[in-house]
Design a binder for this molecule. Structure first.
Ligand SMILES: Nc1ncnc2c1ncn2[C@@H]1O[C@H](COP(=O)(O)OP(=O)(O)O)[C@@H](O)[C@H]1O
Ligand SMILES: [Mg+2]
Length: 251
């Protein structure tokens, strides 16, 4: 499904945090949203997931205004992985994954719902975790559970807010390449806020660069993550070095 954002403005108070944002994310894209702290990445993701209601402009999913989606329908369409969650949660991993089926179930889980959960457990390698409590896991393990839970929802659009925070390099790579594979195999569209420019360039299919609530540039990572853009947006002088499929930023 594609996402169109048209002239969206949003502010938590009088000041706008998103300033007349317009963008189009094509179906099956895996997009990184980049930009300094406070540039509006989380706010934009929350507006697209309808956690925040926009006051100006419109957001369309496959041409349809998100305001016209009924709550369960929206939950079957969009999976949202927040940046922070309550780590005191003492539910087991299996119970958390079961909650991902809420948008489909009226009373109790059916065989098909269990199959969906089992498939996600297998693809994320969570077999040894299922009986553990969420609060007993490390930050990185919790992060993987949050992504797994969103996938149990079988969304067509996956929105992730800094999904690789707290992860070591091995798990960062595992999560990002898994997300890329899922986008291709399940024909979904994924949008994530991320700080690591090199990992965004390597694993997402396209990138969007934000600054002060505006989109500064978007498109191919190799075009957007340029010496000039990094200087303009982050105020940092870097040399960009291409190595195989990766971009390296030298200070
Ligand atoms: N709940 C909130 N209430 C008031 N201001 C907020 C709230 N959340 C974020 N902001 C402000 O909105 C701006 C954008 O924040 P955010 O979208 O979180 O940026 P990013 O995710 O790029 O770091 C910042 O100036 C931040 O202080
Ligand atoms: Mg944020």
């Amino acid at each position: 499904m594609d996402i169109t954002v048209k002239n969206v403005c949003f502010g938590y108070n009088e000041t706008n945090v998103l300033n007349d944002i317009s963008l189009n994310i094509k179906s099956n894209d895996f997009v990184s949203i980049l930009g300094p702290n406070g540039s509006g990445k989380s706010t934009l993701i929350k507006c697209i997931s309808r956690i925040l209601r926009i006051k100006q402009g419109e957001i369309l999913i496959d041409g349809r205004n998100i305001n016209s989606f009924e709550a369960r329908e929206l939950a079957r369409t969009i999976g949202y992985v927040p940046q922070f969650t309550n780590n005191d949660n003492n539910s087991t991993i299996y119970e958390i994954l079961e909650l991902g089926r809420c948008p489909y179930v009226n009373w109790r889980l059916k065989n098909h719902d269990r199959e969906v959960i089992e498939n996600v457990i297998e693809s994320f390698g969570l077999q040894s975790f299922v009986k553990k409590q969420f609060c007993q896991l490390s930050g990185g393990q919790q992060q993987r559970i949050k992504i797994a839970r969103a996938l149990v929802q079988e969304p067509e659009i996956l929105l992730l807010d800094e999904p690789i925070n707290n992860l070591d390099i091995r798990h960062q790579i595992d999560v990002l390449s898994l997300l890329g594979d899922i986008v291709k195999q399940k024909n979904i569209t994924a949008v994530m806020a991320i700080h690591d420019l090199a990992l965004a360039a390597r694993y997402s299919f396209s990138v969007m660069l934000m600054s002060n609530g505006r989109i500064v540039d978007c498109g191919d990572p190799a075009k957007v993550i340029s010496k000039d853009n990094v200087k303009d947006v982050y105020g940092v002088d870097v040399e960009i070095i291409k190595h195989k499929e990766s971009l390296l930023l030298a200070l």
